[in-house]
Structures are given as C-alpha cells and as structure tokens.
Ligand binder design. Structure first.
Ligand SMILES: Nc1nc2c(ncn2[C@@H]2O[C@H](COP(=O)(O)OP(=O)(O)O)[C@@H](O)[C@H]2O)c(=O)[nH]1
Ligand SMILES: [Mg+2]
Length: 202
C-alpha cells in the first residue's frame, strides 16, 4: 500500500516484478540500477545463494522526481519464480501498489508463464486484492532471442492479456522495454493514488 507522508511531502509506492523463474525479473532491476543516477537510487539488495540468483528476492529503492511538490519514491521488488517458493512470493506481494508480470517469451516456457500468472491471481485473491483494480503491466521479455525460439508479442498477448493492460516487448539484458515498462506501471500507480482509492496517509 502506498504511503503518503504529508509532513515530509513524500509518496512511497511498492512495485513488484512477478513471473516464472528465470524470466528476467532480476535483470530488469539490474538494468534500472545501472541507468538511474546514483543520487536517485539506493543500494540494490539481492538475497540469493551463490549458485542460484533466482532464489529469495531483490530490492531496489528509486526516487523518480516530484509530483505536485511530493517526492515520489518507488520500491522495486522481485519475487522468486520457482513453484516451491510461494510463501516468499506472498510475503513480497503484500502491500504491492502495482505489478509487472515478466513473461519469458521462449516457446518452451509457455506453460511456466501461464502457471505463474495463475499463481499471481491466486495470491492476490488470497490477500483480498481486487485483481482488476490493481495496476498491472505485462512484459514479454527475451524478445532478442532468435525468432524460432520465441513467441511473438501477439501470441503472448492472446495467452495472457485478457484484461488488456499495457504490455511491452523487452530485452532486459540490454534494456529495451525496461524503462517503458517501469514508466507505464508507475504512471498507473500514481493515477490510482490521485483518484484517491488507495494509499494511507501519515
Ligand atoms: N537473451 C536474453 N536473456 C535474458 C533476458 N533477460 C534475462 N535473461 C537471462 O535469463 C537468465 C535469468 O535472468 P534473471 O534476471 O536472473 O531471471 P529471474 O529469475 O526472473 O530474476 C539470466 O541468465 C539472464 O541473463 C533477455 O531479455 N534476453
Ligand atoms: Mg531473480
């Protein structure tokens, strides 16, 4: 849940990158971390084992300017994608203001995308979050891979985007689509906040 601090004139929002294991969630945060000027970002914290960086989660705090005199802070999180880490996913998802679903465009990962998307809906439902009102964007990642390995954005759109939310093709390794995705989600979150149907004031 976003936090509006009137005394400090700050708005803090939580954005969660969700998706199957190895779809490119950590890569999104790493790219953002590498491109945002140091003064506007905090330290990226990644909790991972040495052998597998997809375990646990990543955290990256960002300051993305001011809106109506309020400093807007975004806290970016990733969830671990593996099926058996659902408890961690639920924890990370708690209080989310918006979600980026990072799909792996590789044809062989099609079922994993569907399963993870289904898992997202279930976990949101369980937390009493209305899936239809939660700001969400889709990212079709790894579109840089050879055409014979990946599904087209149109195919992925048919399979996943039945709510017609904003969607972006991406190559999180080199950055295309990464900031477009983040900007679209942050705009949706701020729009919802301005409409006054979310958030907590202190
Ligand atoms: N070719 C390609 N590889 C990617 C892309 N995004 C991530 N990867 C690779 O996919 C693997 C998993 O990425 P990671 O960000 O750790 O996935 P996560 O489990 O969702 O956090 C790594 O080897 C990345 O380098 C992409 O857009 N294109
Ligand atoms: Mg990861």
């Amino acid at each position: 849940m976003s936090l509006v601090n009137f005394a400090a004139r700050e708005i803090t929002c939580k954005l969660v990158y969700y998706g199957p294991g190895r779809s490119g969630k950590t890569s999104n945060l790493q790219y953002i971390h590498g491109r945002v000027p140091e003064a506007r970002r905090g330290r990226m914290v990644s909790l991972a084992t040495e052998s597998d960086r997809t375990l646990f989660f990543d955290f990256l705090p960002l300051e993305l300017g001011t809106i109506s005199g309020f400093t807007t802070r975004f806290q970016l999180y990733t969830v671990p994608g593996q099926v058996y880490y659902n408890a961690t996913r639920r924890l990370v998802l708690q209080g989310a203001d918006g979600v980026v679903f990072v799909a792996d465009s590789q044809a062989r990962r099609f079922d994993d995308n569907l399963e993870s998307f289904q898992n997202l809906q279930e976990n949101l439902l369980e937390q009493g979050i209305d899936v239809r009102s939660l700001p969400t964007v889709l990212q079709y990642n790894k579109q840089d891979l050879p055409a014979e390995l990946v599904l087209t954005p149109a195919d992925l759109e048919d399979a996943l985007n039945f709510r017609s939310v904003p969607s972006f093709s991406a190559d999180a390794l080199h950055g295309s689509g990464v900031f477009e995705t983040l900007k679209a989600l942050s705009a949706l979150v701020l729009k919802r906040l301005a409409a006054g149907n979310s958030g907590e004031s202190v």
